[in-house]
Structure formats: structure tokens, C-alpha cells
Design a protein around this ligand. Structure first.
Ligand SMILES: Cc1cc2nc3c(=O)[nH]c(=O)nc-3n(C[C@H](O)[C@H](O)[C@H](O)COP(=O)(O)OP(=O)(O)OC[C@H]3O[C@@H](n4cnc5c(N)ncnc54)[C@H](O)[C@@H]3O)c2cc1C
Length: 380
């Protein structure tokens, strides 16, 4: 296991925040994680922890994919595991669909493009989302009416507490809106002999958190036949109207999604950002009626469970934040949901500036609408 010391993380986070990793290991195959698990086990023995107990958060490693959904608030003292596991393949095909597998280190957008080139449609609505395949299940990525869970089959991971391999299906991943079991930390389990092993299917099915503990190494996708387009989104409907193409194929939808995203979102290579900074909040119909009475134009969507989802970007814009800045952190003028790095290189925004701006936005939305906005990226 090669441990690189004092590594700049600025090229490895799309916000472009200046920070260093004290120690970084590049994971190029799942077995590389076994050496990491051994190292962590030695650490556990030193502090007399059993494999069932969680170490202090600052000792947990930081798993890093493409760094497009994190905010670094300073140098990282944890061991950084940079996931670079390659590989894409068709596992099987039958009359019902295609089963496809990709290594966790593959770039998500390149993987989507590749599936279409092979003639396996189904992921086109998720085009141009930055990051890696391995991180896609972590927040159940979603865009233009499709979520990862709609095309997910299963994944492989390594449990860093025990060194054991895990295979998880969709229900064990506990997918939700920008959420999964990988976003929640494991509880401290008392070390009672005879208890379920922490990686037992029973505990996983009970929604036990796996953040900082399970590293995803491979993900499998099920792309069903016959392919059906998902076109309900206003932006895609608009593309159909203007182009006059009313029965687009998957490649056409891919191209439209890329075009719309390029118009709406800043390219992280030019302006540092982590995409949507806040999740869209959900409220009860009564709360929504109350807000509509004051703000008849508020953008809202009814959800299947009866709750109402509000557009966080609309709320932020209504509080006057579009185009505002604090230090080198700013609110993107074309989309209030996106916070951006107004600086570059050494003069970049710091994680502290980004979080100060985020907190000021949260406070003003709460004071005006009584709604607490929750950040989408992981704050490290
Ligand atoms: C311009 C822009 C647009 C975006 N648009 C969207 C969008 O439309 N929809 C959407 O859902 N998201 C969007 N995002 C957010 C982001 O791209 C996704 O969340 C993406 O999946 C993050 O991938 P990553 O490899 O960069 O993860 P990272 O930022 O490196 O990591 C994110 C989290 O996942 C964990 N993680 C990463 N890899 C693994 C692994 N192999 N095993 C276990 N844990 C892991 C990390 O520890 C961290 O907690 C956007 C971001 C940007 C910058």
C-alpha cells in the first residue's frame, strides 16, 4: 500500500477549495482496501476497540471519488482513500434487459455515454452529472425525472471495519431522495458476543449507517427492455417543442440533457462549485398552502406520499441571494441553488467562506419561510 503524504486536494474537489491531505492512498482494485482494513484494525487494537465499535470520526478514512459533492473546510487529517477502480462490462443480457457493471472509479458521465454507444439505453437522463460511478449510489443521484435507484441492480463494497466483502441490493442500500445507507454513520454497537455481525444482511436491511465504513468498489445497473423514454420534465418538453422531435431516441435525450445542463449550471472546470448546494425541502400540504398564500408563484411539486416538494432555488432567490457573495464564495447568478467559488488558485474561496455563506442563506430562508434548508454536499 503506497501512502502519499501532504497531497494537495485542490485538483480533487470541483469547488477548487485549497486543502491538503496528510495521507492519501489511491485505490485501484478492491484488494487495495484489504491492506487499508488491516491498518485500521491495527489502529482499533491499539485503542482496544472491537470490530463492532466505531472509531472516533476523525480517525475514519475519507472516501473520495471525483470530489464533486464535498466541501472541504480545512486540511484533511483523516486517511484519504481516492477511489480509482476501473472497468465496464456487460454482465448479461436477456429478453428483459441488460445487466451492466462498472468499477467505482469510472467517471459517471463517460460511463453513461459508453452505455449508449453500446446500444444499451436507460441512463441518458443522468448525463453530465460529475463524479464517479462509486459515489452515484451514495446520494442516489437524480436528474430529469430519473434517479439512480430506478436503474440500480446491486453493488459490491468492502467493509473497512472487518475487511469483508459486501454485496448489497437496492433495499439494503435504503435509497431515498439524495440519500442512502452510505450517507449515515454507523451506530456504536455494544460489543456483545453472539450479536449479528455488523455486515450481516439483517443489520444492513435495518438501515444501519455505512458512511466511513463501506467503500463501494463496483456497481451494477439493470437497464430494462423495451426502453421507455422519461420525458416529463419541463426542460425536455421544451426541447421537444422547439426541435419538433416528438419521439426522441435515447441519444437525443442524452444530447438535450447535456445542452440544458450546460446552459443552466456552471462548468466546474471554469467556475468551482458542487452543483445544487441545498436539497429541495418537503413540507406538508398545509404548510405549502400557507406559503402559497404569501407567495403565489412559489415553484412546488406534489410527491407520491402526499407531501409537497418546494424548489430550494426559488426560496433562495426570493430572499434576494442570486448573485450575492461573501468573501470569495458566491451565489451563481443564473441559478440560486448553486454556490460558486469566485476565486481561483491560491485566491480561491475557503471552505469556511462557503459555509458562512451557506449558513447566512439558511438563516434568511428560515426567518422568511420557517423552512430549514439542508446542504446536499458532504461537509468535511
Ligand atoms: C456541476 C454539478 C452538477 C451536479 N448535478 C447533480 C445532479 O444533477 N444530480 C445529483 O444527484 N448530483 C449532482 N451533483 C453532485 C455530484 O456530482 C454527485 O453527488 C456525484 O455522485 C458525486 O460523485 P463524486 O465521485 O464526485 O463524489 P465525492 O464528492 O468524491 O464524494 C461524495 C460522497 O460520497 C462518498 N463516496 C465517494 N465515493 C465512494 C465510494 N466508492 N464508496 C463509498 N463512498 C463514496 C464520499 O465519501 C462522500 O461522502 C452535481 C455536482 C456538480 C459539481
Amino acid at each position: 500500500m503506497l501512502v502519499e503524504k501532504n497531497v494537495s486536494l485542490q485538483p480533487y474537489n470541483t469547488f477548487g477549495i485549497v486543502a491538503r491531505a496528510h495521507a492519501l492512498v489511491r485505490v485501484r482494485q478492491p484488494d487495495d482496501l484489504l491492506a487499508v482494513a488491516e491498518l485500521l484494525a491495527a489502529q482499533r487494537r491499539q485503542i482496544a476497540l472491537s470490530p463492532r465499535q466505531r472509531v472516533a470520526p476523525e480517525l475514519e478514512p475519507l472516501v473520495l471519488g471525483g470530489g464533486s459533492n464535498i466541501v472541504l473546510t480545512g486540511d484533511v487529517r483523516k486517511l484519504v482513500l481516492k477511489i480509482e477502480i476501473p472497468g465496464r462490462r456487460l454482465v448479461s443480457e436477456d429478453e428483459h434487459g441488460y445487466l451492466i457493471e462498472a468499477g467505482a472509479g469510472e467517471k459517471w458521465h463517460d460511463f453513461v455515454a459508453w452505455t449508449l454507444e453500446q446500444g444499451w439505453p436507460g441512463l441518458e437522463n443522468l448525463a453530465l452529472i460529475p463524479g464517479t460511478v462509486g459515489a452515484a449510489p451514495v446520494q442516489n443521484i437524480g436528474a430529469y425525472g430519473v434517479e439512480l435507484q430506478d436503474r440500480f441492480h446491486s453493488l459490491d463494497a468492502i467493509d473497512l471495519w472487518t475487511g469483508q466483502p459486501l454485496r448489497l441490493n437496492a433495499s439494503q442500500c435504503a435509497f431515498g431522495y439524495r440519500d442512502s445507507v452510505f450517507k449515515h454513520h454507523p451506530p456504536h454497537l455494544p460489543d456483545v458476543a453472539g450479536r449479528d455481525s455488523p455486515s450481516s444482511p439483517t443489520l444492513l436491511a435495518a438501515g444501519m449507517g455505512l458512511a466511513g465504513r463501506a467503500v463501494i468498489t463496483r456497481v451494477r445497473f439493470w437497464l430494462p427492455k423495451p426502453w421507455k423514454p422519461v420525458l416529463g420534465y419541463a426542460d425536455l418538453e421544451r426541447q421537444m417543442q422547439t426541435s419538433g422531435i416528438h419521439q426522441p431516441d435515447a441519444r437525443q435525450i442524452f444530447d438535450w440533457v447535456v445542452e440544458v445542463r450546460q446552459q443552466k449550471l456552471p462548468n466546474p472546470q471554469e467556475i468551482g462549485n458542487a452543483g445544487s448546494f441545498f436539497k429541495n425541502p418537503t413540507v406538508s400540504p398545509e404548510q405549502c398552502d400557507d406559503i402559497i398564500a404569501r407567495e403565489p408563484r412559489i415553484v412546488h411539486y406534489p410527491m407520491p406520499d402526499g407531501s409537497i416538494k418546494l424548489a430550494a432555488g426559488w426560496l433562495i432567490d426570493a430572499c434576494g441571494w442570486k448573485g450575492k457573495s461573501m468573501g470569495q464564495a458566491g451565489v451563481y447568478p443564473r441559478q440560486a441553488l448553486v454556490l460558486v467559488n469566485l476565486g481561483k488558485g491560491e485566491h480561491s474561496a475557503t471552505g469556511g467562506e462557503v459555509m458562512t455563506l451557506a449558513k447566512a442563506i439558511q438563516t434568511s430562508v428560515y426567518e422568511r419561510y420557517g423552512i430549514r434548508l439542508e446542504p446536499e454536499p458532504v461537509v468535511v
